[in-house]
Design a protein around this ligand. Structure first.
Ligand code: HEM
Length: 210
């Protein structure tokens, strides 16, 4: 009986590892798709303004991964199983990864590393200021995402990681502000964000006043 249980546990762990590898590759798919477009695979292109195309795609994926990270806890509650939690850190780090590429794309390809232009843009264009703020708040979350930091910070880790709520709201605000005409998509992102944050508020209220 004990042997059978051990075998089942090891089989479960093996499956989870395979699933994690598959999710990791899936998270790289948006980047691979951009490379494929850049290389003209299947006749696809990066459009008339390739820098803008790449900048927008990377920003959008940064936001998508932030929302996916926030969706893990509600998913766990809905299906009543803990395994989705094993993917939260990976999804959060991919949000950071795409946001970093987005920033690098802006700094290098859009601004040509021209420091005066970069500083002027950050100071004078509010949507850029908000984007930079969102990114700066994301950095400590990525840096403290290791098990070692979790142990070291103890209860403060959880408090620190609540910053993700501010990051996602700033990310959506950044998106809303930069869109000039059709705001339907940023509003859709806002609705998703409010839904995910609202779920957390409701869960907390239920816990404190049963
Ligand atoms: C590091 C600081 C950041 C800078 C300098 C920055 C800059 C920019 C710029 C220049 C654009 C294109 C604006 C235009 O073409 O009019 C853009 C778009 C965007 N950014 Fe950022 N951004 C930053 C951080 C972020 C972060 C942290 C997120 C969310 C995770 C984000 C999400 C987006 C989104 C969703 C778009 C629009 C994509 C689309 O229109 O399809 N950005 N950003």
């Amino acid at each position: 009986m004990r042997e059978w249980t051990c075998a089942a546990i090891s089989e479960g762990r093996h499956r989870l590892r395979l699933l994690k590898a598959a999710v990791f590759l899936a998270c790289l798919a948006p980047l691979a798709a951009l490379f494929a477009r850049g290389l003209g695979v299947g006749g696809a292109t990066l459009g008339a303004n390739p820098v803008e195309f790449v900048l927008h795609a990377l920003g959008k994926w940064g936001l998508n991964f932030l929302l996916l990270t926030l969706a893990v806890s509600p998913l766990r509650a809905i299906i009543g199983r803990a395994w989705p939690l094993g993917f939260r850190r990976m999804l959060g780090l991919f949000a950071f990864f795409y946001a970093t590429l987005h920033l690098l794309c802006w700094l290098v390809l859009d601004q040509g590393l021209y420091l005066q232009g970069i500083a002027a843009d950050i100071a004078k264009r509010p949507f850029i200021t908000i984007g930079v703020l969102a990114y700066l708040l994301l950095v400590p979350l990525a840096v403290t995402s290791t098990d070692r930091m979790l142990r070291r910070l103890g209860r403060r880790w959880k408090t620190l990681h609540r910053l993700v709520y501010a990051v996602v709201l700033l990310g959506v605000w950044h998106y809303y502000w930069l869109v000039k005409a059709d705001v339907r998509e940023p509003l859709f992102y806002l609705a998703m964000t409010l839904l995910l944050l609202g779920w957390r508020v409701r869960t907390r209220l239920r816990r404190t006043c049963p």
